[in-house]
Design a protein around this ligand. Sequence first.
Ligand SMILES: Cc1cc2nc3c(=O)[nH]c(=O)nc-3n(C[C@H](O)[C@H](O)[C@H](O)COP(=O)(O)O)c2cc1C
Length: 391
Amino acid sequence: MGSLNNYLSIADLERAALRRLPACVRGYVCGGTEDGQSLAESRRHFERLGFAPRGLRNVAQRSPAATLWGQTYSLPLGFAPTGFSAIVARDCDAALARIAREEQLPFIISGASTVPLERLQQENANRCWYQAYIPGDMDRVRPLLQRLRQAQIPVLVITIDTCVAANRENLQRLRFTVPFRFSLKLLLDGLMHPRWTLQVFLRTVLGEGIPRFSNLSHEMGPAITQEPPNGFRGGRDRLDWDCIRQIRELWDGKLVLKGVMHPDDARSAVAHGADAIIVSTHGGRQLDGCIAPLQALPEVCAAVPADFPVLIDGGFRRGTDVLKALALGARMVFTGRPQLFGAAIGGAEGIRRAVHIFRDEILTDMALLGCAALDEVDSGLLRRVGHPMAL
Ligand SMILES: Cc1cc2nc3c(=O)[nH]c(=O)nc-3n(C[C@H](O)[C@H](O)[C@H](O)COP(=O)(O)O)c2cc1C
């Protein structure tokens, strides 16, 4: 592994992770859908915005701390839900939950994760958020909510951009499916990456058995090589605002909608009693041809009350990326792939390295921008590149 401090940027972590992982795992983690336009656009839009920094502002005492619902986090950063992370590193969900607690960041358990959420709650001092792939069928939702209540999950995140399976051609070419099916291609792929095969695949299967759909519904599901009852995606295409209304009536905790890109949906989220939204294109993994979440952000923020928390994810790799989103009105930023790259090369400590890279960059960039606290980071500091005046 060498010293993790030798990885200076998230891009360094990514390059090393890609060397370590078999092609099918690389394709699963990094891939987008169809022509990869949404994926590329989410990164490209950062380059269209530039800072007009301030000087002489005494930035000797800086704090990147962010507050949400009375809870203070060390950074305006959290771990987005990432399903099947067990194929990146052994016990990856638990490592994410633990590092998030130690680094004081929010962590969202994926509905497609494989470590039971009750154990992740123990790793995270009962502060995990839980992301649900909700079917439009309240008879299946009610028992799930009951399990979440029993596990004292404080925040329910409902992903709204996955009503059907997206067109992931890259995964079809790699013969990578959910539920997982072993194939000759996958076997050869594993043989070409012996470190992954020994340290991730074999240690997981020999240690804990084949990972299971542990958190998709109210009960422990089958191994990820089998179809869960009602299917992995069954009924999600019936999810609508009426379901959200009913869930809001039943769920006393915080309710967050993930995958909101249109200002009208942002307004509806507020009207249906959501406590926050996450502007997201699912990391470019659902509808192709989308605008960047960063481009959608100002219009979404303008559609909701000023104190309504708007969160965002998609393509954040630098401290400056995070600060651009905060300047446009986001309260917090979430990342998916960066911490998985860290996990792939260094397990829990690799995840921590990804967090520290973001932390160090944010602290430096705040100083260079002339901001001692995050509430000083506003749209007055941003310009459209090539357009001197307005945003
Ligand atoms: C490997 C992987 C698995 C993901 N699984 C889920 C999931 O189970 N639920 C979900 O709502 N989003 C999922 N996402 C999307 C992330 O939550 C997030 O929206 C996205 O990764 C942000 O983009 P970034 O990876 O560029 O940071 C996944 C993303 C990746 C890369």
